[in-house]
Write a protein that binds this ligand. Structure first.
Ligand SMILES: Cc1cc2nc3c(=O)[nH]c(=O)nc-3n(C[C@H](O)[C@H](O)[C@H](O)COP(=O)(O)O)c2cc1C
Length: 228
């Protein structure tokens, strides 16, 4: 697979084939490849927790139950802006409405949205859940390193014919997730990720998000503008 195809062809998958498991050898290969991700001074600050079998089910059941009971949970860090503003708000809305629209969930259909959001906690039926943690005493640079590692995991998974959905949603129930996995207090949950084979013919997997054109987020500078 050309590297461009691996990147451009990746999309968040929200319906997995629960009948197709992923072997430990395959997961091992993915993580080995991803571990070639760069990090400042090669500190490699990421930790990965692979949940399968009963551990996966216990996390799914506990988090899904909390969600369905109306427990919003509590995040340990702000993933999203505290005050939403343009242009981010419009992009966020386009993504949410695009996904719900495809699923026939109309605006204002709170039960429908809650049900769909709850699918996060069931790993969208994926057989494996990955969780990424970082030592609490790492700084922002370490989080940057983990981001690159996480993207590398998603791309390496594609090399094995697998797909993923990165999931910050699990951060709401970080206490449940970390206690069931046995993550030490010294580490913090960054996000989860569903991993598996996509379910054939699932409409939700046809959801393709847009991107801003390069000129909207790039400034080419070939003459100095100022100086200090
Ligand atoms: C760190 C991170 C956390 C995310 N959390 C969730 C999540 O909890 N649930 C979900 O359905 N999608 C989640 N997403 C997926 C984004 O919505 C998705 O990447 C974005 O809309 C772009 O779509 P694409 O991944 O299909 O290109 C997350 C993405 C990232 C990078």
């Amino acid at each position: 697979m050309h590297v461009n195809d691996a990147i451009v062809g990746r999309q968040s998958i929200r319906a997995f084939d629960r009948s197709r498991g992923v072997s430990r050898a395959v997961i091992d290969r993915i993580l080995k490849v991803a571990s070639r991700a760069p990090s400042g001074s090669n500190i490699q600050p990421w930790h990965v927790w692979v949940a399968s079998g009963d551990a996966r089910d216990a996390i799914a059941n506990a988090c899904h139950a909390r969600h369905m009971a109306g427990d919003a949970g509590e995040w340990e860090y702000h993933y999203y802006p505290v005050n939403w503003r343009e242009p981010y708000l419009a992009r966020r809305r386009a993504t949410g409405w695009g996904l719900y629209g495809l699923l026939g969930i109309e605006r204002g259909d709170k039960a429908g949205m809650k049900h769909q959001h709850g699918r996060n906690y069931l790993f969208f039926d994926a057989p494996v859940g990955l969780f990424f943690t970082i030592d609490r005493d790492m700084e922002l640079g370490g989080w940057l390193d983990c981001g690159m590692f996480i993207q590398s995991v998603m791309l390496a998974a594609r090399g094995e014919g697998l797909e993923t959905c990165p999931q910050a949603a699990f951060c709401a129930y970080h206490d449940t997730v970390t206690s069931l996995l046995g993550v030490p207090e010294t580490q913090q949950l960054i996000c989860g990720m569903s991993l598996g084979y996509p379910l054939d013919g699932a409409e939700v997997n046809g959801f393709r998000t847009s991107r801003e054109p390069v000129e909207r987020f790039t400034v080419f500078v070939d003459q100095p503008v100022g100086g200090r």
